[in-house]
Design a protein around this ligand. Structure first.
Ligand SMILES: [Zn+2]
Length: 319
């Protein structure tokens, strides 16, 4: 079963054109091919038809987030993750400071909760939300971060109670992104900040690599946003954009490495349970690391030209 949207959910336009078809290149959860179309009126890109929720679930691998183990390699990986997440932390820290609000922060799609722990280590109160019970549980057990299992639209929180709501790589996965943005609007304190991050479909990586760009992540991404799409979406849900950033230390260089060599991506190898001996594993990890490092200058220049492969936005409620 699949969901065929006859009209564009953003502008209600009825005409669209096919852009490309592709399969699950990264995790290979299916051999099926999916089509991405573009609205002829507003240019919003979407997967069409969209898989039904029960089907889509099969395309999300178990352990879609990172839980550290006791091994030395795992500790090293966590150190790396903490280092590259500093970028996100700084962006959110500034938003929290400038908002002047005192409520806790809410991280939607919190996964294993490392971000929550890092925020808390800096003196902020932060709680998580994830629609996966395993993720919410992992956030608590591995990072001692309180996390609820729910969708944001049905989350058990009081209105106007959060100083910030963060959604890193969430909106592109949702059937109805507006429902999350409206819920965030209700849950934020008057000066509270919304921080979102999604792949930037107007980036150089997409122009160069097309369907091989990992930002389209078929079939898990139901929408591919360009900056004007996000502006319109946020505006229609009562938000005003304050700040945009096109570079992410965690996502942009690694994204290019994964686009060029999906078979080397450590998470994809773990999820696909690729059989490899310790030597082969180390060699692949080192090669992937070298690719990420080599990708850094290109991704930095692309971001400086506002064509980075991700976009992070700080927004506040319109007054
Ligand atoms: Zn449209």
């Amino acid at each position: 079963m699949e969901i065929m949207l006859s009209h564009c959910p953003a502008c209600d336009g009825a005409e669209f054109q096919p852009l490309f078809t592709a399969s699950d290149r990264l995790y290979r959860t299916t051999a099926e091919r999916f089509q991405v179309v573009e609205c002829k009126q507003c240019r919003l890109m979407r997967l069409s038809p969209q898989p039904e929720p029960a089907e889509l679930e099969n395309y999300y691998p178990k352990n879609y987030w990172f839980t550290p183990e006791a091994s030395a390699a795992s500790r090293l990986e966590e150190m790396y993750r903490r280092f590259v997440l500093l970028d996100h932390i700084r962006f959110v820290e500034r938003a929290l400071r400038e908002s002047g609000e005192s409520g806790p922060a809410l991280d939607v799609g919190c996964g294993g909760g490392l971000f929550l722990r890092m925020l808390r280590d800096r003196g902020f109160r932060a709680i998580g939300l994830d629609f996966s019970l395993d993720a919410a549980r992992a956030a608590w057990t591995s990072n001692h971060a309180p996390a609820a299992c729910a969708t944001l639209s049905l989350a058990p929180f009081r209105e106007r109670s959060f100083s910030a709501i963060t959604m890193f790589h969430v909106l592109e996965h949702l059937y109805d992104p507006r429902s999350y943005l409206r819920a965030a609007h209700d849950l934020l304190q008057p000066e509270g900040r919304l921080i979102i991050q999604v792949p930037n479909a107007a980036c150089w990586q997409f122009r160069l690599l097309g369907a091989a760009w990992n930002g389209v992540d078929i079939p898990r991404h139901l929408y591919d946003y360009r900056p004007p799409d996000l502006d319109r979406l946020l505006d229609s849900c009562g938000f005003r954009v304050l700040r945009r950033k096109y570079f992410s230390l965690r996502d942009n260089p690694a994204g290019l490495a994964t686009s060029l060599a999906p078979d080397l991506d450590p998470m994809a190898r773990r999820i696909r349970k690729v059989k490899e001996g310790p030597g082969e594993r180390l060699a692949k990890d080192l090669l992937y690391g070298a690719l990420v490092a080599a990708a850094l200058p290109f991704t930095a220049i692309a971001a400086a030209c506002r064509a980075g492969s991700t976009i992070m936005i700080e927004a506040r409620k319109k007054t």
